[in-house]
Write a protein that binds this ligand. Structure first.
Ligand code: NAD
Ligand code: UDP
Length: 355
């Protein structure tokens, strides 16, 4: 090995800002980056996030929590090397509650972050979404597909907001040379989703555990492809640390496509619940099919999901069972974290996210 190849990317622990870090995905990312020896600043306005998600981290010497809204300019002292832009409600129930606020979070929040990135010379990763494809007419969805979004419907505040955020990322890249990464995240699930999140996996599990009817919207024949949170968090870090020429957009999701009714039946099986299925109206503009094409992630990042749906669902059910029983589920290790913990104990300073 030459001297050159031994020089690490960073001569000090990298400082990583995660907006939305107290949310579902963000809190898992905080855990993972801290375990790899990064300094982590978690910035969140707690709209859908919770201090409970990051409580075990609050006394960590490399962790700092700042309560702040990304719609306001972000002023931070010190160096920042990486910015993960996750701040935005992700569940239709929550992003439709204040649609104008959601659009502002996507647009003003992204501008504020990109300005901070310019000032600090930081690299930025934007958590975009499969919703940029709308109700897709191409299946599965490759990154080259331009989408089928209703710009005036109830989902538009999120879908068009995220599309505008992607536009801003690429315009800052072209205009100012900002180093950018755009991840198009497909449906992700796992521990630390809110009980009242409103998305399908958490809804079905909570309903099954409480013995309430399972609410299937429409006929249940619509499909989604569900990615366990540990896989997604690993993919985000691989994309962030990919060469500067890799900007994305890059789909991150699990191509295992299932119907919503199949998810309901799996949840009933794994919980042993006797809950009935209750069919309700399909929300407007609800996409009929969704499945990521992940060739880009496989080719450029060597990433593919590892956690099977059945295993991920059982880990998520175990989390909600504890939460409903009033125990301390934020301390429950998820599937991959058990493996990562062992690795992290041996390699605390490693930044390479390919573990
Ligand atoms: P989440 O709602 O659990 O997390 C979002 C976090 O952002 C919360 O902690 C919330 O309090 C915070 N937030 C919202 N508005 C803010 C604002 N104006 N200022 C500061 N903080 C704010 O959702 P999640 O599932 O963890 O999603 C995280 C990101 O990933 C979001 O940007 C979402 O659009 C994206 N994403 C998620 C999925 C998924 O399936 N989970 C799919 C596609 C994209
Ligand atoms: N869904 C459902 N019952 C619920 C919640 C959601 O049948 O209690 C359906 C919803 O209509 C959609 C799918 O499950 O077809 C996924 O919904 P979710 O809100 O989780 O994600 P998104 O629609 O944003 O992909």
């Amino acid at each position: 090995m030459t001297l050159q190849t031994r020089i690490p990317t960073f001569r000090r622990s990298p400082t990583v800002l995660i907006t939305g870090g107290a949310g579902f995905i963000g809190s898992h990312l905080c855990d993972s980056l801290l375990q790899r020896g990064n300094r982590v600043i978690c910035l969140d306005n707690l709209f859908t996030g919770s201090v409970d998600n990051i409580r075990p981290l609050l006394n960590h010497p490399n962790f700092r929590f700042i309560e702040h809204d990304v719609r306001e300019p972000i002023e931070l002292g010190g160096e920042i090397d990486r910015i993960y832009s996750l701040a935005c409600p992700a569940s239709p129930r929550h992003y439709q509650k204040d649609p104008i606020g959601t659009m502002k979070t996507c647009v003003l929040g992204t501008i504020n972050l990109l300005e901070l990135a310019r000032l600090k010379g930081a690299r930025v990763l934007q958590a975009s979404t499969s919703e940029v494809y709308g109700d897709p007419e191409v299946h599965p969805q490759p990154e080259s597909y331009l989408g089928n979004v209703n710009p005036i419907g109830p989902r538009a505040c999120y879908d068009e907001g995220k599309r505008a955020a992607e536009t801003l990322m690429f315009d800052y890249h072209r205009t100012h040379g900002t180093e950018i990464k755009v991840a198009r995240i497909f449906n992700t699930y796992g521990p630390r989703m809110l009980e009242n999140d409103g998305r399908v996996v958490s809804n079905f599990i909570v309903q099954a555990l409480r013995g309430e009817p399972i609410t299937i919207y429409g006929g249940g024949t619509q499909t989604r492809s569900f990615c366990f949170v540990d896989d997604l968090v690993r993919g985000l870090q691989l994309l962030m640390e990919s060469p500067p020429s890799v900007t994305g957009p890059c789909n991150l999701g699990n191509p295992h496509e299932v119907t919503i009714e199949a998810i309901a039946r799996k949840v009933l099986t794994y919980t042993g619940s006797a809950s009935a299925l209750r069919f309700e109206a399909l929300p407007k503009d609800d996409p009929k099919r969704r499945k990521p094409g992940i060739d880009t992630a496989v080719r450029l990042l060597g990433w593919r999901p590892r956690v099977a749906l059945n295993d991920g669902l059982q880990a998520t059910i175990a989390y909600f069972a504890l939460q409903i029983a009033g125990e301390t589920p934020s301390l429950v290790p998820t599937i991959a974290r058990r493996r990562t913990d062992r690795t992290a104990r041996n390699q605390m300073k490693v930044v390479d996210p390919s573990l």
